[in-house]
Every structure is written in structure tokens, then in C-alpha cells.
Design a protein around this ligand. Structure first.
Ligand code: SAH
Ligand code: CA
Length: 213
């Protein structure tokens, strides 16, 4: 998951603003009580998402893949005072926990958390979304990108997480998810409607800025 060695990651975290008490608890509780805790963004990536959001000051954010709400709480930090974040997840088992976290974060009026299949929900959304964070099932990344593209205004941003897939994007015989990530990265690279950078932070984050319709 992490391409940085543990020493350097620790050093980077020691020179990055700390997590809030709530984020620390979401992180800790997710690791203690929830399946697949490594999916949580974590300290360094969470601060990056918050920093990006604060730079953009979005009025509307769409997140695909809420999990335990860690990245949603980070992304919401940069919302304008009347801004809204819609976050989608198919896993209803986490709903109660996540609603509690959003409540504690004071985000009940800012976050619209919807349970269901993102492939079915996104076509019903209106937009525009100044910032989209794609972080759900890897095999559907390209579909999510196509579904959200027209909901993003010129100058808007689409981020996608885990695009280095623990380094497996270099595999000569990639498995299904790896293939999907590789195809997604190539699709973004070939898309002349966006300017993009693959940031090798944590598990790799693709940042694409829409410059053409
Ligand atoms: N963004 C979170 C981590 C997301 S983990 C963070 O950084 O902390 C990926 C999530 O995508 C899981 O919770 C999973 O339930 C969800 N997911 C998988 N397939 C989905 C689908 N088709 N629609 C919506 N959510 C989906
Ligand atoms: Ca992720």
C-alpha cells in the first residue's frame, strides 16, 4: 500500500500537521473494529486531501467510496461555508458508525451520505462538482470517470486513489484489478480534455484537472 519506506513515512508524518482527535479515533477504531482497515486514507493522505480541498475551496464535492468516513471528513475541511459533500458507499454495515462520525464532526448539514451502488446513484446526481474523489471498486474506475466527467465544470478536479496499486501497475502479468487501474491511468493520460499528474503519495493519487469539455 505504501511505496515510501516506514522511516520516511514516519518522518513525513512528523512534519505534517497532526490529525484531529476525531480523525485519530476514526483511524484507531477502524483498525480495531472494521474489516480491511488499510483502505482508510490515514494521516498523510488525509492531510493532503484536506490541503487540496482548502486550496480549491469547493462548493460541491463528490466522493465515491466513503468506507469509515475518514477521507470525507478531510475533504469537507475545505468546503465553502455553504458547500456540500456527497459521499457514496455500497456497504450498509458501516452506515451507523459513519453517521455518528459525521455527526461528531459537525457535518450533518454539509454531508449527504448515500448508501447504494455508485454506478446507479451517480447518473441521478445533478452536479456541478468542483472536486470528485474516486476511491471505490477499482474495476469501475473508468466508468466512474466517464459518469462524473460531465458533472465537473471546466477547471474542476477529479482525483483517483490507489493508482499505483501497491506497485502492481508494473506487473507483467497483472490481475484483474491491476489491469483496471492500468487501463484507467492510460485513459487519463490519453484524455486531452484534462491535465493530469500521478502523485506518488501513499498508494498513488491521480489528479486530473478538466480543461476542455
Ligand atoms: N475513501 C475512504 C476509503 C474507501 S474504501 C478513505 O480514504 O478513508 C472503498 C469503499 O468503496 C468501500 O467502503 C466499499 O464498500 C466501497 N465500494 C465498493 N464498490 C462500490 C460501489 N459499487 N458503489 C459504492 N461504493 C462502493
Ligand atoms: Ca483508497
Amino acid at each position: 500500500m505504501n511505496i515510501l519506506n516506514a522511516g520516511l513515512l514516519g518522518y513525513a508524518e512528523q512534519h505534517t500537521s497532526p490529525e484531529s482527535e476525531l480523525l485519530k479515533r476514526i483511524n484507531r477504531d477502524t483498525h480495531a473494529q472494521v474489516l480491511m482497515p488499510r483502505m482508510l486514507s490515514g494521516h498523510l493522505q488525509g492531510r493532503l486531501l484536506a490541503m487540496v480541498s482548502c486550496m480549491l475551496q469547493p462548493k460541491a464535492i463528490l466522493e465515491i467510496g466513503t468506507y469509515t468516513g475518514y477521507s470525507a471528513v478531510c475533504l469537507a475541511e475545505g468546503l465553502t461555508p455553504d458547500g456540500k459533500l456527497i459521499t457514496l458507499d455500497i456497504n450498509e454495515e458501516l452506515e451507523e458508525r459513519v453517521r455518528q462520525y459525521f455527526n461528531e464532526a459537525g457535518l450533518v448539514n454539509k454531508v449527504d451520505y448515500r448508501i447504494g451502488n455508485a454506478l446507479e446513484i451517480i447518473p441521478q446526481l445533478k452536479g456541478p462538482f468542483d472536486l470528485v474523489f474516486i476511491d471505490a471498486d477499482k474495476e469501475n474506475y473508468a466508468r466512474y470517470y466517464d459518469l462524473v466527467f460531465n458533472l465537473v465544470p471546466l477547471g474542476g478536479y477529479i482525483l483517483a486513489d490507489n493508482v499505483l496499486w501497491s506497485g502492481k501497475v508494473l506487473d507483467e502479468k497483472p490481475d484483474k484489478d491491476t489491469r483496471a487501474i492500468m487501463d484507467f491511468n492510460q485513459k487519463i493520460q490519453n484524455d486531452t480534455r484534462v491535465e493530469n499528474i500521478l502523485m506518488p503519495v501513499r498508494d498513488g493519487i491521480m489528479i486530473a484537472r478538466k480543461v476542455k469539455d
